[in-house]
Each structure stands twice: as C-alpha cells, then as structure tokens.
Design a protein around this ligand. Structure first.
Ligand code: G2H
Length: 249
C-alpha cells in the first residue's frame, strides 16, 4: 500500500504567544514541493491552538492537539476534550505519548478510551508506543511494543482513522537514535501486529518514527522500510529546523 508521509511536530510544554511567528513561518514554508510529497502537522500547546488555527488557515499545514480527555465533557478540572480540540480547529491528536504513560500513569486502557474519544469528534489519533531502556536491555522491546499496540487500539482501526508513532523512550530528547536495523525491526513488528488485528486495512496505516529526529538524521531514518514519517519534538520548535526535516524526507 502506498502511504503518504506525515511529518508531525510536538511542541510539548513549550511555546508562548511570541511563538506564533514560528507557526506563520511554517505556513509560509509549506510550499508546492512539500505539499506534493507529504503532510505537515504541528501540535502546539492547547493555549495556542485557536491563534495557530488562524495563522495556518489556507496553508495546508494541519493542526493537532497533544492529548485529549477520554470523556466527552463534564467535571474534569483542567481537562480538554476531543470536541474542544475540534472546535479549536484541530484535525489530529497525539495520544499515549510516553511522557504521559510514564509520568501520568496513562495505561493502555486509557489510551484506547482516548482513541475512541478522538474518533467521536472526527479527529485522527496518533497513538504512541515504545519501550524503555530497561525493557530494551532485557530484550523485551518487541514484546512491549506488541502489547502496547494490541491493548491500546480499539476495533475498527483503518488507514484513515489511525496513525501509530514508535518512540523508543530512551531516544526521546536524548540525541540518541536506534540504528536503522532496529527501527526496521520494530516498524515491521508493528506492521504485522496491525495486519493480524485489522487485516489488509493495516497496510495503509502510517507508522511514524519519533525520538531525537533532527535535520541531519531525518533522511536516514525516513528511508527505513515501514517508516512513514516522523514525530518530532525539540527540532519542531523552530520552523526552519522542522521544514529542513520535511525537505530531507
Ligand atoms: C519524542 C519526540 C517527539 P524529541 O517525544 O514526540 O521528541 O524529538 O525531542 O526526542
């Protein structure tokens, strides 16, 4: 199956009103060549979404949230629902990032509930999976990622309603990246788990790589089999770096 590349930027808890100039630079930099070859998505903090949506209007750059609450609405102080994201101009949402799985004890079951919440409001969930350093050293990387894919995804996943991001936890924000062989091994594993769960539909589901993607390693990582794009953290904060990654892809 041919899969359109997706380059997604995750600003995490970075970005103030002054950062909207970077959003404007992204909108201006997503030119005809880039539009022809890939989708570009930026996920700034929730406080900037409405302003970012205004800046991105008509540019083709997509806007995403970094998380959503599993419930549709209600007494959840501080929570942001999938419907609120939709209302702010968002089309995608990152779900189950390791920083939330680890630091906020987000389980596979919670991640699955968030995927369903995203679907309720027509958002495309980007579901993150990935092993820790300890799990990798113990030879458990394939097992952990397989379990996360199995247990985080509801029935009914298709190429148009799901994106997976493989982010080895030890590669996040560390400047360390797995070898192309390691990436190929895990992405191939995810592809076969998806195929066994969802059949031929799985062949169109995009699997992104995330963890210390930079302009100078993007081409190598993006050339790996079954890598359909990137989830970029630190290097997405500056439009020039983020666009350089997209161009290198
Ligand atoms: C992994 C990634 C973005 P970074 O978390 O999701 O961050 O590119 O900074 O490693």
């Amino acid at each position: 199956a041919s899969r359109r590349v997706l380059i997604a930027g995750n600003w995490k808890m970075n970005g103030l009103k002054s950062s909207l100039t970077e959003i404007e630079a992204l909108a201006a930099g997503y030119d005809g060549d880039l539009k022809a070859k890939l989708d570009l998505l930026v996920c700034p903090p929730a406080t900037l979404l409405i302003s970012a949506a205004e800046r991105l209007a008509g540019s083709g750059v997509q806007l995403g949230g970094q998380n959503c609450h599993p419930a549709p609405a209600g007494a959840h102080t501080g929570g942001i629902s999938a419907e609120m994201l939709k209302d702010a101009g968002v089309t995608s949402v990152i779900v189950g990032h390791s920083e939330r799985r680890t630091n906020l004890s987000e389980s596979d079951a919670v991640v699955m509930a968030k995927v369903k919440a995203a679907w309720c409001f027509g958002l495309l969930p980007i579901v993150c999976v990935g092993e820790t350093a300890e799990e990798r050293d113990a030879g458990e990387a394939v097992g952990v990622v397989t379990r996360q894919v199995h247990q985080s995804l509801p029935e009914g996943c298709t190429a148009s309603n799901l994106v997976i991001a493989y982010e080895p936890v030890w590669a996040i924000g560390t400047g360390r990246t797995p070898t192309p062989e390691d990436v190929a091994n895990i992405h191939g594993t995810i592809r076969s788990v998806l195929r066994s769960q969802f059949g031929v539909e799985a062949d169109g589901i995009r699997i992104l790589y995330g963890g210390s993607v930079k302009p100078d390693n993007a081409a190598t990582l993006m050339a790996v089999a079954d890598v359909d794009g990137a989830l970029v953290g630190g290097a997405s904060l500056k439009a020039a770096d983020f666009l350089a990654i997209a161009r290198a892809t």
